[in-house]
Design a binder for this molecule. Structure first.
Ligand SMILES: Cc1ncc(COP(=O)(O)O)c(C=O)c1O
Length: 400
């Protein structure tokens, strides 16, 4: 009898964490490494949020809480959804988990049966397919190529839907491409979904606040109120408030689904950290200056990186609408050989040679389901980004 489960055998470890670990190892060995792999803001958590956590500790708010969130946080989340998204949820329609990741995972575990299909636009966040597999479902990929800004069309969505489709996972702005769907682009997708009442929508709005220029963020239940009763609107404080380590994510949706998610959580982790929940109340209710400040910094870095990458031979980098990622194509580098003699057969070989030869850590596109590309997380200093792009350029110029 095998010790490890068959389900686990279908799942791969997170490649983004693998790149981060490899970069750390090289750094510890004394190499000059610039890590552009990790998907988290480089800023510190704002002071008012840290102070709220300290106050919570001092007030003894260090005990178990309600499994799916304290009433104060659920109220703050309801107000946030109303204020920022025009969505009306009652506290009984809100669930809070240990990060957005847990909320998404719990929702899949709570709903998927063998044979159920989940449509995932590619390139996708690395965890979606594996979470679907862990929950017993079948991922179905729909590719949004660079030519359409890494977005899928209504026709593609229509063609992917079958009687077995249970969920459509929607992530805008996207990790890894930064692509954001405009109101009209999203409406075209929700029009399709309105014709298929068996399909639920899991909207991952984690990068809602990181949008640039005059791009306006929208979420499916807002664009098409007819989908409200079958949409789980997921969000969190990790990216918006530089709180990745605090582990608070949340979602609003139909009460029966929210209850089911709570049931899964009650038998696994129970409540998210009590202290982090009080910090999240302050994040949502307190001053929102950090969001605007970080947006300015990220937009400047996006422009810096896109401009620099487009001077590299063999690389083509569109300008994304949001998040803190770019997803350049390296089609022009494939088939060449690096200065140190590595054959660039695919994007994994490119990323690996780039790390070995220049010390720049990026994540290869195959990990996100669209090749040949790589992802840069530009959530690091302007100086590090400038130096990293200069090294990438030298590397590309050395390809023969
Ligand atoms: C698209 C997307 N969704 C969800 C998450 C999960 O965020 P967290 O669990 O920190 O709330 C991430 C984190 O990288 C992400 O990129």
């Amino acid at each position: 009898m095998a010790f490890l489960s068959d389900t686990l055998a279908r799942v791969k470890p997170s490649p983004t964490i693998a790149v981060t670990n490899k970069a750390r190892e090289l750094k510890e060995a004394g190499r000059d490494v610039i890590g552009l792999g990790a998907g988290e803001p480089d800023f510190d958590t704002p002071e008012n949020i840290k102070a709220a956590a300290i106050a919570a500790i001092e007030a003894g708010k260090t005990k178990y809480t309600a499994v799916d969130g304290i009433p104060e946080l659920k109220k703050a989340i309801c107000e946030k959804f109303a204020r920022e998204n025009g969505l009306s949820y009652k506290p009984s329609q809100i669930t809070v988990g240990s990060g957005g990741k847990q909320v998404l995972y719990n929702a899949l575990v709570a709903t998927l049966n063998p044979g159920d299909e989940v449509i995932i636009p590619a390139p996708y966040w690395v965890s979606y397919p594996d979470m679907v597999l862990l929950a017993g479902g079948t991922p179905v990929f729909v590719t949004g190529p660079m030519e359409t800004g890494y977005k899928i069309t209504a026709e593609q969505l229509e063609a992917a839907i079958t009687p077995n489709t249970k969920w459509f996972i929607f992530n805008s702005p996207s990790n890894p491409s930064g692509a954001g769907y405009s109101h009209d682009e999203l409406k075209a997708l929700t029009d399709v979904l309105m014709r298929h009442p068996q399909v639920w929508v899991m909207s991952d709005d984690m990068y809602e606040h990181l949008v640039f220029g005059d791009f306006k963020f929208v979420t499916p239940a807002q664009v098409e109120p007819g989908l409200y009763d079958r949409t789980l609107t997921c969000n969190g404080v990790s990216k918006a408030y530089a709180m990745t380590g605090w582990r608070i994510g949340y979602a609003g949706g139909p009460e029966a689904l929210i209850k089911a998610i709570g049931k899964v959580q009650s038998q696994s982790t129970s409540n998210p950290c009590s202290i982090s929940q009080f910090a999240a109340v302050e994040a949502l209710n307190g001053p929102q200056d950090y969001i605007a400040e970080s947006r300015v910094a990220f937009e400047r870095r996006r422009d810096l990186v896109v401009a620099a990458l487009n001077t590299c031979p063999g690389i083509s980098c569109p300008t994304p609408e949001g998040a803190f990622y770019v997803y350049p194509s390296i089609a022009g580098c494939i088939g060449k050989t690096s200065a140190a003699g590595t054959q660039i057969t695919d994007d994994e070989a490119f990323a690996s040679a780039l790390l070995e030869e220049t010390g720049v850590a990026v994540v290869f596109g195959a990990a996100f389901g669209l090749s040949p590309n790589f992802r840069i997380s530009y959530a690091t200093s302007d100086a590090a980004l400038t130096e990293a792009c200069a090294r990438i350029k030298t590397f590309c110029e050395g390809l023969k």
